[in-house]
Design a protein around this ligand. Structure first.
Ligand code: FES
Length: 114
């Protein structure tokens, strides 16, 4: 795993707690749920839609295409027609900046923010 610098927490919060970012070619969606930050693939597993264009309702993201739901904490499908889980990514926050852990092979190794 390599840790990559992502968006600042304040920018995510100003965006309403839902923001897309492409890092090393990986399309990610970041979520702020109360005091916690989560990251998943931005691509719905049901069809060709970006979840970052959907609606964050508590810990659930509603897809803008067919209103399927996912739990952003686990990636689990949480409402039809979605049945396949989203890929999730670990996040860490250091000095107000979000770092996301991407699988190795997506880029050169990054600095571990821990
Ligand atoms: Fe997301 Fe169908 S494309 S629910």
């Amino acid at each position: 795993m390599c840790w990559k610098k992502a968006v600042e927490v304040s920018v995510l919060q100003q965006a309403g707690g839902l923001l897309a970012q492409v890092i090393d070619g990986v399309e990610l969606a970041f979520y702020a749920v109360e005091d916690d930050i989560y990251a998943t693939s931005d691509l719905c597993t049901h069809g060709a839609a970006r979840l970052s264009q959907g609606y964050l309702i508590g810990e659930l993201i509603e897809c803008p295409m067919h209103q399927g739901m996912f739990d952003v904490r686990t990636g689990a499908a949480a409402g039809p027609p979605c049945t396949h889980a989203l890929q999730t990514f670990p996040v860490r926050v250091k000095q107000g900046v979000i770092f996301v852990g991407l699988p190795t092979g997506t880029s050169e190794l990054g600095e571990d923010p821990a």
